[in-house]
Design a binder for this molecule. Structure first.
Ligand SMILES: [Mg+2]
Length: 269
């Protein structure tokens, strides 16, 4: 009887251990769980980060006034914005991932479900100004359709203008945003685009290496601050994915090793 009780306890203990052991894919390598700490603290605590956001939206307002002074075009004006890290701040999710040593997408659905993301500094004021001038704001995001309700709720709670079913275009098939931009372009003249990722502006940047991304940016240099407005995001994005060839299945250690190889020092050996 004693033996049976012992084995019962043992099985209970082992099954408990099993359920407490998260799978490899969701737990950051302890050596790399702090990999994102500087970037996330920069976004949450640096005055400079906020200043960059204000700088972007303040400059955009000057450009918008320029557009509005121009002659009228046949189609109504639209502004296209990305959502994550362009108008909504998801840094609490990134911070929680560091604290819990977990990796995206762990906790992402729970975070989105809370609909409690705060607005990126300056975004509500600028977009409300544009809305008052009769410019339609379209929110083009790669959030999945399953997050539609909390996304609309969050945008409305944060005070964003013109948040409706038809102005929030989420991901259906594929990450590419160009088909959604073209759809908006059929009815509206897109005068400005806002994003934290180059793919928010042009399809050319999709899945290309870092050097090509930089060369394309040089090629389109005249668009920045005029039609394209970039928000800072040192925490994640295709700038980072490009460093490890967009192979998101790599472990944290493998990604860190790949990233390290891109560092440009000054000593020659
Ligand atoms: Mg984004």
């Amino acid at each position: 009887m004693k033996n049976i009780f012992f084995y019962f306890l043992l099985i209970l203990f082992l099954s408990g251990c099993n359920s407490l052991t998260p799978s490899k894919s969701v737990v950051a390598d302890p050596d790399f769980s702090n990999e994102n700490i500087k970037a996330v603290l920069y976004m949450q605590k640096a005055a400079e980060y906020r200043a960059l956001c204000y700088q972007t939206f303040n400059s955009a307002q000057i450009m918008l006034d320029n557009y509005l002074r121009r002659m009228k075009v046949s189609k109504p004006y639209a502004i296209v914005v990305d959502i994550d890290e362009t108008v909504l701040d998801n840094s609490p999710h990134a911070a929680q991932s560091i604290l819990d040593a977990t990796l995206y997408p762990v906790g992402w659905a729970a975070w989105i479900g809370q609909a409690s993301a705060r607005a990126i500094p300056g975004a509500v004021e600028f977009l409300s100004y544009a809305d008052r001038q009769g410019v339609t704001v379209f929110y083009i995001s790669n959030r999945k359709e399953e997050f539609r309700n909390p996304t609309l709720q969050n945008l409305k709670l944060a005070g964003f203008p013109g948040v409706k079913e038809e102005t929030v275009l989420l991901r259906h098939d594929g990450n590419g945003k160009e088909p959604r931009r073209e759809k908006v372009g059929q009815t509206h003249e897109i005068i400005m685009l806002f994003g934290d990722n180059m793919n928010d502006f042009l399809p050319d940047f999709e899945q290309v290496p870092p050097a090509v991304r930089r060369a394309l940016t040089d090629q389109y240099r005249n668009e920045f601050g005029r039609r394209f407005f970039v928000l800072p995001n040192p925490s994640y994005g295709d700038w980072e994915g490009a460093l490890y060839d967009y192979n998101h299945s790599l472990t944290a250690r493998e990604k860190a090793e790949a990233k390290r190889k891109h560092l440009v020092g000054f000593k020659t050996e």
